[in-house]
Design a protein around this ligand. Structure first.
Ligand SMILES: [Fe+2]
Length: 192
């Protein structure tokens, strides 16, 4: 039986969702400011792409896809239909938006209008996608996970999360990526 303060099968992932949502709001603010005299803040948008690739995708979605989803599959939830299939599909969509942002950043910075429009549309697409995605995970799949993965299975899973979080992602630690998120939010003028 888990005590109220113990780590559940999803508590670490839910915490990471909050940081990802903060960066999504920062991106939204950067996009809204892009109509002003200064134009789009390309350096901070580049930081957002780094955060999305390394924190939201490699570190966070990595734990979901390699650890949580297989645990749920072992418990009988199908991989190719239902909530897991939807979550996997949305992870792919998020990667496509991140790739489009990454590919268009440099030409957009150099004045290519088409690239700028791709960059802004992809960033907007990512913000919308990730908000809906996290809402579904928090309220549907993670609720199922918290009900089904308990006791020693939960401890093993959380140990696995810890090992992933201790890795480096293209040379950056999770703490460094969290600090990057704080700088992004600060630059975008988001309150703590
Ligand atoms: Fe997630």
């Amino acid at each position: 039986m888990n005590s109220p303060s113990a780590e559940t099968a999803t508590s670490r992932l839910r915490e990471e969702h909050q940081l990802i949502l903060r960066v999504a709001s920062a991106m939204q603010a950067l996009l809204a400011e892009a109509g002003g005299d200064e134009g789009l803040d390309f350096d901070t948008m580049a930081d957002c792409v780094t955060f999305i690739r390394l924190f939201a995708d490699a570190c966070h979605h990595g734990k979901e896809e390699d650890l949580l989803f297989p645990e749920l599959e072992a418990g009988g939830l199908p991989r190719h239909q239902g909530p897991i299939a939807v979550m996997l599909y949305e992870h792919q969509q998020g990667r496509a938006f991140a790739r489009a942002m990454s590919d268009s950043l440099q030409p957009a910075r150099q004045g290519d209008e088409r690239a700028l429009s791709i960059l802004q549309n992809s960033a907007r697409g990512y913000v919308d996608l990730i908000r809906g995605h996290i809402l579904k995970e928090d309220n549907v799949l993670f609720e199922m996970a918290d009900q089904t993965v308990r006791g020693s299975a939960c401890e093993r899973l959380c140990g696995g999360y810890g090992a992933v979080c201790a890795r480096r992602f293209e040379g950056r630690s999770k703490e460094e990526l969290q600090a990057l998120a704080a700088r992004i939010c600060d630059t975008a003028g988001m309150p703590d």
